[in-house]
Design a binder for this molecule. Structure first.
Ligand code: 5GP
Length: 199
């Protein structure tokens, strides 16, 4: 689970991670309009308010939240399906969604959970990045910067924090985290079965 204020470099990091087969990308639902180049069903499931409500009423979301004036939600079943098959799932999620997942109570999800917060070097750099990206209007940039300040307060809730550097640095740091996570004793089912086998 990876969170960051908008413009901290998270999307670039996730895009790079999605090129490699070590994770399945969790395709979120959103009511936000697609940006140029975004593909429905790959980047997001772009939904109308009615369709989003339909998933909500069907209790299909693992979590959902309103972020920057749009609604976002993670579908539960694809996440569980992958975890059942031993496949890691990468979630790009805001800080509210992250705390909802920590509180979800599902043992399989809590066992699998590793959370990483990406911190921008500073808010001025964040403003520069958002302006350079040019995907938001000035008003949207201001909303995202205001939210960034609030989101930054949550960094201590995450097991790992990465201070955003170059894309290469961020990828390397994230991979180091994932390597460490995979060696955690409580994930060592291989040791468990080997211990059972040797009696
Ligand atoms: P963007 O509109 O820039 O793609 O994403 C805006 C924010 O929504 C980001 O902070 C991103 O992490 C968050 N987000 C994306 N998908 C989900 C989701 O399924 N649930 C929640 N809670 N937040 C999401």
């Amino acid at each position: 689970m990876i969170s960051a204020p908008s413009g901290a470099g998270k999307t670039t990091l996730c895009t790079a991670l999605r090129q490699k087969p070590d994770f399945v990308w969790s395709v979120s639902c959103t009511t936000r309009a697609p940006r140029t180049g975004e593909i429905d069903g790959e980047d997001y499931h772009f939904l109308s308010q009615d369709d989003f409500n339909h998933h909500l009423e069907g209790e299909e979301f693992l979590e959902h939240a309103e972020v920057h004036g749009n609604r976002y939600g993670t579908l539960k079943e694809p996440v569980l399906e992958n975890l059942r098959n031993g496949i890691d799932v990468l979630l790009d999620i805001d800080t509210h969604g992250a705390s909802n997942i920590r509180a979800c109570g599902d043992p399989m999800i809590l066992q699998a959970l590793a959370d990483v917060f990406i911190v921008p070097p500073d808010l001025e750099e964040l403003r520069r990045r958002l302006m350079r990206r040019g995907t938001e209007t000035q008003e949207q940039v201001e909303i995202r910067l205001k939210n960034a300040e609030l989101e930054m307060e949550c960094w201590r809730d995450y097991r790992y924090t990465i201070i955003s550097g170059s894309m290469e640095e961020n990828i390397e740091k994230f991979r180091a985290v994932m390597r460490a996570e995979r060696y955690l004793s409580h994930r060592m089912t291989a040791v468990e079965s080997s211990a059972k086998a040797t009696g």
